[in-house]
Design a protein around this ligand. Structure first.
Ligand code: NAD
Length: 553
């Protein structure tokens, strides 16, 4: 084991600064928190989640980032280029303290082979979405989105509940690991296939998944028994999806709902071809990556063919944002896009109101701080029944990973209101330290991703990526604490551009003004993007909220 494999990162807790200001401190703690073994999937390789989504390019860069954050003053800005700190410039107190650009390639060069070549040379890093922008909060970060997606699926197809249904998926990694809990929270039965026993065990340990089962027959009979009594149950089934889905078809099993969250967006690092063990796969990946990619893509094609067959037998089937359809389509599966992506199928109406995965983290490390914000949000939005139910469930069922954090989908107006409440709670001393407020890049107005967030836009503007660039620029102008621009994310090189933002509530008047501005511009971009595309709900929201769009009428 090398020295680096022994390194364990854990964010400092408490109210004592290790830096020259709370924004720098927040970035330092969030970087370390991303790599906390409770949070990250492979921390020794700096990999946080989503295939090879990393928090820093290498350990030397990590150390240099920590050093830079420690000395950074309140009128300076640190620049990060694909996980490496490259410059510090004097800016001004209201400017972001950190600006990050991860995995960006000029469009005609934006392919995995070029990325891998540059990665090998140590020139670039895959930032995924929240890995390279230091706002990943563990599997919790995606739980509510997953819960909302399946709840909407239940409303559209199963009379409003997943009780008495079986959902089949694969991939119990950093984000996919949210599926078992999201399904049981919706009262359903879940089978999640994963090739890696340690991933299933991690979900069981963190109480996201109920049991690990090693044979398909046992998993199916357990699932059928739970379905027939209407009992919620989640099963992690050890095996390869490309092999098990065809076997399930041969067995005569048809799930009620079918999706997938292997990291198929990255065939080299995120998908194990069938016929391989983790170890033989690892060897082939090292010795002959080209051969590995060919085999992984063939398996992905078989996997999608099986999904299409199960869809034709009645399973409600959708792509869960890992670009699996595109990989299969490129392999000659001409019907790959016959099942929809989850955003147009279930999520877009929320984007039209500027809603998305908003999150906050207690820098104190004290769970009580989050419980106090839970009470505050319930008091602030008494009319929002969905939110009341979510916060109650989250508090009861979600174990914190790393620094205590909470997620909840809030829209335009709501985010600014809650940001102010949090800042007041910090100012009054009710919370024991400042709070970081951020979001996923998978959000209303921060992504261009034609196979995911912007799939099937009403006006055909799916591939236009001016929007995430504007999002990053306006959030920088508004004074976010750190802003990031990424390429690739959850769907892989060439398929998306997206922006992230984080803003720190440290209880000061200056923070109050920044929060008000950023938490308005950021969800505002979501409403504007969808109103501009002609979605009536977004147009109505823009009008009702008084968002100024010069050419709306
Ligand atoms: P991850 O890399 O942490 O986990 C992937 C998992 O798939 C691993 O546990 C791996 O063992 C398993 N796996 C690989 N090949 C397999 C095979 N053939 N059969 C069975 N299991 C296999 O990734 P993650 O963070 O969980 O994300 C998963 C995918 O979902 C990514 O493509 C990500 O971009 C996408 N995604 C999901 C959401 C969401 O809303 N949930 C959002 C964005 C992206």
């Amino acid at each position: 084991m090398s020295l680096n494999e022994e390194r364990i990162c854990r964010a400092p807790r408490g109210s004592k600064l290790n830096t020259k200001g709370w924004v720098q401190e927040a970035a330092l703690r969030m970087l370390m928190n991303n790599l906390d073994p409770e949070v990250a999937e492979h921390p020794s390789q700096l990999v946080v989640y989503g295939g090879i989504g990393k928090a820093a390019r290498n350990w030397a860069s990590y150390d240099a980032i920590v050093q830079s954050l420690t000395t950074l003053t309140n009128d300076e800005t640190l620049l990060i280029q694909s996980g490496k700190p490259v410059a510090v410039f004097r800016t001004h107190p209201d400017a972001p303290r950190i600006l990050l650009a991860n995995s960006n390639l000029v469009p005609a060069w934006a392919h995995w082979d070029i990325f891998h070549e540059l990665d090998q040379k140590g020139l670039i890093m895959y930032g995924q979405m929240t890995a390279g922008s230091w706002i990943y909060i563990g599997t919790q970060g995606i739980v509510q989105g997953t819960y909302e997606t399946f709840a909407e699926c239940a409303r559209q197809h199963f009379g409003g509940t997943l009780k008495g249904t079986i959902t089949l998926s694969a991939g119990l990694g950093g984000m996919g690991g949210a599926q078992p809990l999201a399904i049981t929270m919706n009262d359903g039965v879940f089978i999640g296939i994963d090739v890696d026993r340690t991933r299933i065990e991690k979900r069981i340990q963190s109480k996201y998944c109920d049991v690990l089962i090693e044979t398909m027959e046992e998993a199916l009979s357990m699932a059928e028994a739970a379905r027939s009594t209407g009992r919620p149950l989640s099963i992690g089934l050890l095996g390869n999806a490309a092999e098990l889905l065809p076997r399930m078809i041969a067995h005569g099993f048809v799930p009620d709902i079918l999706t997938d969250q292997t990291s198929a967006h990255d065939p080299l690092n995120g998908y194990l071809p069938d016929g391989f063990t983790l170890e033989t796969g690892r060897q082939l990946r090292l010795e002959n990556p080209q051969e590995y990619i060919v085999l992984a893509k063939k398996s992905i094609a078989r996997h999608v063919e099986a999904m299409l067959e199960l869809q034709s037998k009645g399973a409600v089937t959708f792509d869960y944002g890992n670009n699996i359809r595109q990989v299969a389509y490129d392999q000659g599966v001409s019907r790959a896009f016959h099942f929809p992506g989850f955003v147009p199928a279930y999520i877009r109406p929320q984007f039209c109101e500027g809603k998305g995965p908003f999150r906050w983290v207690a820098l104190s490390g004290d769970p009580e701080d989050i419980y106090k914000t839970d009470a505050a949000i319930m008091q602030a939005f008494p009319e929002n029944a969905g939110l009341q139910r979510w916060i109650t469930l989250a508090r009861e069922k979600i174990a914190f990973q790393g620094l205590p954090a909470r997620i909840c989908w809030l829209g335009y107006g709501e985010r600014a209101k809650f940001g102010r409440i949090i800042n007041d709670m910090v100012a009054s001393g009710e919370l024991s330290a400042p709070v970081v407020i951020g979001r996923d890049h998978l959000d209303a107005g921060s992504v261009a991703s034609p196979n995911r967030e912007t799939e099937a836009m009403l006006d055909g503007s799916d591939a236009i990526s001016d929007w995430p660039l504007l999002n990053a620029m306006v959030n920088t102008a508004a004074g976010a604490s750190w802003v990031s621009l990424h390429h690739g994310g959850g769907v892989g090189m060439g398929y998306s551009q997206h922006a992230g933002m984080v803003v720190v509530a440290d209880g000061t008047k200056e923070a109050e003004a920044r929060l008000e501005r950023v938490l308005t511009t950021d969800p505002g971009m979501g409403v504007v993007r969808h109103a501009d595309a002609g979605y009536p709900l977004a147009v109505e929201t823009a009008r009702a909220k008084g968002i100024r769009m010069p050419m709306l009428d």
